[in-house]
Design a protein around this ligand. Structure first.
Ligand code: ATP
Length: 293
């Protein structure tokens, strides 16, 4: 307990949180960057998505010259299903998510979407098929409408409102002083954590992408917001391939497949029932702590 008050540790923790926020903003910005990017092969073709099945084959990765963070990861996320990544902090879960839009490339191994190596396709076509929801949502300077439309700049007003309805955001938006034109961000109205999350879900929904990447926050909302956000997320997840870094037990239990990561490797995988029954399994041990993983 004393350790928690150690100022050096607190600073280190803050630093990590700041880096996370920057990465989250980058994920949102860059997913929308339709310009051809660096490291694209001259013969790159457009990604063709049919089932939206994702496979990692023997993927190893390190940041710069640092330690190896992923060590030969094999993982399959079935099309239209939810795959939850769980495991101790630092296991490499978020790193896996950031490899999918190619913010980084594996040092070894490959990542396939419907059998196509993502390093062989154009980045614009890859990112076109991905949507990302961080549960530490990022709002830009601008109106509520702008913030949702950021998910797909050519979306019509009707499409923006449809997405907001699906994200259970329409009613609270209409209750704002200028409805969809209400400014948010630093100089705008203050929205609750749950409202911000629903806006970020609406932003992902307006993209209508077949693959949804979710990074679940550890901090809890009040019960009412929590319920609204859960409903919005369930709508967003329906019919899509979802890869979620999961901390909430409810998300984990409902996932079609749980992949337990530990120290850069897949420790075990399976359904909640199957994993919880393995007496010596990491999942069973984490589960017994009865805390968010
Ligand atoms: P958490 O549950 O805490 O989010 P995680 O399983 O998602 O953990 P990652 O965020 O993937 O783990 O981090 C794995 C390791 O990589 C950690 O040791 C982390 O410090 C390191 N790491 C993450 N991002 C970077 C980065 N941009 N540069 C250098 N190292 C990083």
């Amino acid at each position: 307990l004393l350790m928690a008050y150690d100022p050096a540790r607190r600073l280190a923790r803050l630093q990590v949180q700041l880096e996370r926020a920057v990465v989250n903003a980058r994920m949102i910005y860059e997913l929308l960057d339709l310009q051809p990017q660096q490291r694209e092969r001259a013969d790159a073709k457009d990604l063709v998505v049919t089932d939206a099945k994702i496979e990692l084959e023997n993927v190893s990765f390190r940041y710069g010259n640092g330690d190896e963070i992923l060590k030969g990861v094999n993982l399959m996320a079935e099309g239209g299903k939810t795959t939850a990544l769980v495991g101790p902090s630092g296991a490499g879960k978020s790193t896996i998510i950031s490899l999918l839009p190619r913010f980084y490339d594996p040092a070894e191994g490959r990542i396939l979407i419907d059998g196509q190596d993502i390093s062989h396709v154009t980045k614009a076509s890859l990112r076109h098929h991905l949507a990302y929801v961080s549960q530490q949502p990022y709002l830009f300077e601008g109106s509520i409408r702008d913030n949702i439309r950021y998910g797909r700049p050519e979306a019509t007003d009707t499409e923006v409102e449809e997405a907001a309805k699906l994200a259970y955001a329409h009613d609270f938006i209409l209750a704002q002083p200028q409805g969809y034109d209400t400014p948010v961000g630093e100089n705008g109205v203050t929205l609750s954590g749950g409202q911000r999350q629903r806006l970020s879900i609406a932003r992902a929904l307006v993209r209508n992408a077949p693959i949804l990447l979710l990074d679940e926050a550890t901090s809890a909302l009040d019960n009412e917001s929590e319920a609204a956000v859960q409903k919005a997320l369930e709508t967003a997840m329906r019919g899509r391939t979802v890869v979620v870094v999961a901390h909430r037990l409810s998300t984990i239990v409902k996932a079609d497949k749980i992949v337990v990561m530990n120290e850069g490797r897949v420790a075990e995988e399976g359904s909640h029932e199957a994993l919880a029954q393995r007496p010596d399994g990491l999942y069973a041990r984490l589960n017994n702590l009865q805390k968010p993983i």
